[in-house]
Design a protein around this ligand. Sequence first.
Ligand SMILES: C[S@@+](CC[C@H](N)C(=O)[O-])C[C@H]1O[C@@H](n2cnc3c(N)ncnc32)[C@H](O)[C@@H]1O
Length: 244
Amino acid sequence: MANPIKINNSFYDYYGERWYTADDDPVALLRLENKVKAPWILSRINKFSKILDVGCGAGFLTNQFALAGHDVTGVDQSEDSLRVAHTYDRSGKVRYLAANAYELPFDDETFDVVTSTDFLEHIDDPEKVIKEFSRVLKPGGTFFFHTFNRNPLSWLVAIKMIEWLIPKTPKNMHVLKLFIKPIELQKYCENAHLKVIELTGIKPVISSIPIKRLFSGKVPDQIRFELTRNLSISYMGKAVKSLA
Ligand SMILES: C[S@@+](CC[C@H](N)C(=O)[O-])C[C@H]1O[C@@H](n2cnc3c(N)ncnc32)[C@H](O)[C@@H]1O
């Protein structure tokens, strides 16, 4: 049998400042996408929430949550990414901690909110990790996620087109078999006592970008993302933990 393709999570240790500065790498898309994800999440949480951001990378969302006045902890397995996240934390208040999402170093029912964006498609057993998120969430607490749907269109747009248009894309940054259909994610949540109550798609708007810029090998800064009812490529959602 041919070797299955493994997801590559090692390059996050080498991004350094490029997390915040590179325009020749898909990380630039992540920065742009977070301009939509952050307000969507922030508008759905109570003031002064205790938030855990898992797989926080360089803190694109984590740092924004802290600036909005929340009590924020960010965990990631990449210590170098956490170092960068800390450097860019203008609130000076985020607790950054190296940890594996499968075994979070927190007591049961510690957080009001758990977020994990662009993360679940980077691990082999999302169901197990979601159970771990639920364990550390207080009853009635909220889980926010963002991930990629699994189908031929998402393979074309979120894997192949990115590789073609941005040659510096790290190899196996995304692997189709780890993408998650919304119905599967809903099931994983249900099995962890989390009820998904909102889902929305996110899509890039590229119509106003000169064709030349699209083929420059860089992420055009004219790209912006917007919400859509179509969940076929990437989507985010909100799930609430049961009270009992
Ligand atoms: C695509 S980045 C997402 C960063 C951030 N959530 C964002 O949206 O900007 C995925 C992150 O997951 C982290 N990661 C992968 N597997 C992990 C694990 N088992 N435990 C903790 N972090 C993990 C990687 O180090 C990387 O920083």
